[in-house]
Design a protein around this ligand. Structure first.
Ligand code: DAH
Length: 341
C-alpha cells in the first residue's frame, strides 16, 4: 500500500480503538470521511502528483481504504448502539418476582350480601322487590295495619317520632299498605329495608336494624301457601332438609298469626350453642293478612286472601356468618367488615 495511505489507515485503526461513544464516533467519521477536510479526501487530492502509471493503483487503494473505514465506522456504530441499549436495559431493569402493591378494592357489607341472597330466592319464586319510606305517617306504620291507637308500640318510648305526624318506621310492614294502594292483587312482593325502634343496644338489639317484609295476595291463598313458601325459603337459605315450625302468635295485621322457627342447621335439632339448646331457630313473624287491612286498601276480603311475613335480616346475617353481637354490623369497623369480602 502507498506509504501515506497506510499511515492514514494506521492512524484510523488507533482512533477507532479509542472511539467509545456516539460523539467520538461522529468526529471520527468527520476526521476520515469528511468530504472537504477528511483525511481520505486529502489523500485523494494527492493523486495529481503521481505519475500516470501509479494513479490507477493509488485510486484503487484509496477507494479500498475508504470502504474499510466506512465499514469499520458502521460496525463501531452498531456496537456502541448495542452497548447503550444493554446499559439502558440494565438501568431500567424490573424485577418481576417482587410482590406487587395490589389495588385496594371495596366490597359489599354483610347485610347487603345477605339481603341480595334473600332477594334472589324470592325473585326465583316470582316475587318482586319493593322499596318504601323510612320516615312514615302513623297511618302506614300503624292504623292501616290494624294497630289500635292505644297500642304500646306507638308510644314515643318505643318509636322515634320526627314530628307530631311523622316517625321512623318501626317495621317494614308499611310497604304492604303502599304496595296494595298502588297495585291490585294478585301480587307477590318482598320489601327489605331499615327499621327503627327505641331499643337499648345489646348483642341482639340495635335501634336500627333490617327486616324483610313479604306479602302474597291472590284468590284462594291459604296458610298452606305461607308454610310452603317459608319452608322453601329456609331450605334455599340455610340448607335442604331443614324443617319449619309455626307457633300460634298474635300480630294486629294478621289473623291467624304465627311465629316461624326452623330446625337448627348446626345440630339438626338436638340442641347446641347456635339454637341455645332448643333445636330451633327463630325466623320471624307471619300470618294471614287481616281482613281489616285488606279493606283499608279497598281489596275485597271475600274475593282475595293473602299471607304476610316479616323476617330479621340482621339475625340471618349473624347466623350465617357466626356473628355473636349484631352491633358489630353497624360500627363500620373495617377490621370487622374486611372479613366478609
Ligand atoms: N312487623 C312485625 C315485626 O316487626 C313482623 C311481622 C309479623 C310482619 C307478621 C308480618 C307479619 O308481615 O305477617 O315484628
Amino acid at each position: 500500500m502507498n506509504q501515506s495511505l497506510s499511515e492514514v489507515r494506521e492512524q484510523f485503526l488507533g482512533d477507532a480503538a479509542a472511539a467509545a461513544n456516539a460523539d467520538t464516533l461522529a468526529s471520527l467519521k468527520d476526521k476520515y470521511l469528511g468530504r472537504k477536510s477528511g483525511l481520505i479526501a486529502a489523500a485523494k487530492k494527492t493523486i495529481g502528483k503521481l505519475g500516470a502509471e501509479e494513479r490507477a493503483e493509488f485510486g484503487r487503494q484509496v477507494n479500498e481504504l475508504a470502504a474499510e473505514v466506512e465499514a469499520e465506522i458502521g460496525r463501531l456504530g452498531e456496537a456502541i448502539a448495542a452497548r447503550n441499549e444493554q446499559a439502558a436495559l440494565d438501568r431500567e431493569r424490573v424485577d418481576v418476582t417482587l410482590p406487587g402493591t395490589g389495588a385496594a378494592s371495596g366490597h359489599l357489607h354483610p347485610i347487603t350480601l345477605v339481603r341480595q341472597r334473600i332477594e334472589d330466592i324470592f325473585v326465583s319464586m316470582g316475587y318482586s322487590v319493593e322499596d318504601g319510606p323510612e320516615i312514615e305517617t302513623p297511618f302506614y306504620n300503624f292504623d292501616a295495619l290494624n294497630i289500635p291507637a292505644s297500642h304500646p308500640a306507638r308510644d314515643s318510648a318505643d318509636t322515634f317520632y320526627v314530628s307530631e305526624t311523622l316517625a321512623l318506621r318501626t317495621q317494614t310492614s308499611n310497604v304492604q299498605i303502599h304496595t296494595m294502594q298502588r297495585r291490585k292483587p294478585p301480587l307477590r312482593v318482598i320489601a327489605p329495608g331499615r327499621v327503627f325502634r327505641r331499643d337499648t343496644p345489646d348483642p341482639t338489639h340495635n335501634p336500627m336494624f333490617f327486616q324483610v317484609e313479604g306479602l302474597n295476595v291472590d284468590r284462594r291463598i291459604t296458610m298452606a301457601d305461607l308454610k310452603g313458601t317459608l319452608t322453601k325459603f329456609v331450605e334455599m337459605m340455610f340448607g335442604a332438609n331443614l324443617r319449619t315450625r309455626f307457633r300460634p302468635s298474635y300480630f294486629p295485621f294478621t289473623e291467624p298469626s304465627a311465629e316461624v322457627d326452623f330446625s337448627c342447621y348446626v345440630c339438626d335439632g338436638s340442641g347446641c350453642r347456635v339454637c341455645k339448646g332448643t333445636g330451633w331457630i327463630e325466623l320471624g313473624g307471619s300470618g294471614m293478612v287481616h281482613p281489616n287491612v285488606l279493606e283499608t286498601v279497598s281489596v275485597d276480603p271475600e274475593e282475595f286472601s293473602g299471607f304476610a311475613f316479616g323476617l330479621g335480616i340482621d339475625r340471618m346475617a349473624a347466623l350465617m356468618y357466626g356473628i355473636d353481637d349484631i352491633r358489630l354490623l353497624y360500627e363500620n369497623d373495617v377490621r370487622f367488615l374486611e372479613q366478609f369480602a
